[in-house]
Design a protein around this ligand. Structure first.
Ligand SMILES: [Zn+2]
Length: 285
């Protein structure tokens, strides 16, 4: 016979269901019933915790639900509360402990939710902020993907320099454009590996794009068609995608933007600090 007893209760400012994003941004308190307090020994050593709780305000069960983007999904493919057993789990950040109370950030349970269990969070597998798990499972280029999502372009530029042999402003252009489009692809939950790239230059910017995307001519996902433009077209299997095209006036503005008295490396970093829109046109195809 299955028997589960709550071990405590969740307290926060949200008494009715609201946007998970709102609840998660605030701190929640978890009050453990005194008989379980000994189980909190050394909880301070946990950066993350997994909180298992009950959606106590609902009895409804819908096997078809919606995810946070409003997309229709099976209940086991989304986080809807209308699930069999009405059990919720959330990975949270541990903040502090005060006796039988712990304080956490990121919990999306409402006030009064009964707590069923607390476990040390194991986020070693996907510690990167905002990284879709589907990408983590399949991507051997995790570091690069993380840098793209977190906007660490300087980091990417330095690494691309290893491939390119030197660090120059035009390499930075490729890194910049590649990052911008890869971020769009990843954030739309598309698989970047399903895209192929047409590059209209085989100059320095191409190495930046190749490094950021992992696409090479040998890998058959990159084709170079020289036209004199610095333009990169990313296409998915259906032939739609993104284009980044370097503005025609780059050759003119380059002189003002990148003084010759400054080293190429420093000028490359300058490129990354220029508004993307003043360098490239970015559009859908
Ligand atoms: Zn170069």
């Amino acid at each position: 016979m299955l028997q589960i007893e709550p071990i405590g209760i969740i307290r926060n400012l949200f008494s009715t269901p609201t946007e998970a994003e709102n609840i998660r941004s605030l701190q929640s308190e978890i009050e453990l019933y005194p008989s379980y307090e000994a189980g909190l020994l050394d909880i301070e050593k946990c950066r993350h915790l997994e909180i298992v709780y009950l959606f106590h305000k609902t009895e409804r069960i819908d096997l078809i639900g919606k995810n946070r983007n409003g997309e229709v999904r099976g209940i086991f493919a989304c986080r809807s509360p209308f699930r069999p057993n009405h059990i919720g789990t959330t990975t949270v950040r541990f903040l502090k402990r005060d006796g039988n109370r712990i304080y956490v950030e990121g919990l999306d349970a409402i006030d009064g939710s009964p707590v069923l269990d607390i476990k040390a969070g194991d986020t070693t597998y996907y510690e990167m902020k905002g990284m879709p798990v589907s990408i983590l499972h399949t991507n051997p280029r995790l570091e690069v993907t993380r840098d793209i999502l977190e906007g660490n372009m300087e980091n990417l530029l330095l690494k691309a320099g290893l491939l390119h042999g030197h660090i120059c402003p035009e390499l930075a252009l490729g890194v910049y454009a590649g990052c911008k489009i890869m971020k769009k692809i990843i954030e739309s939950e598309k698989n970047p590996k399903k895209y192929r790239i047409i590059s209209e230059t085989d100059d320095c910017p191409l190495d930046g794009v190749m490094f950021v995307t992992g696409c090479t001519p040998e890998g058959r996902r990159l084709r170079v068609e020289r036209t004199g433009h610095v333009r990169f077209t990313f296409l998915d299997e259906e032939g739609s995608g993104w284009v980044a095209q370097l503005n025609d006036d780059y050759a003119l503005t380059r002189k003002e933007m990148l003084p010759e008295t400054v080293s190429p490396e420093e000028n490359a970093l300058r490129i990354l600090r220029v508004e993307f829109d003043s360098l490239f046109q970015l559009y859908r195809v």
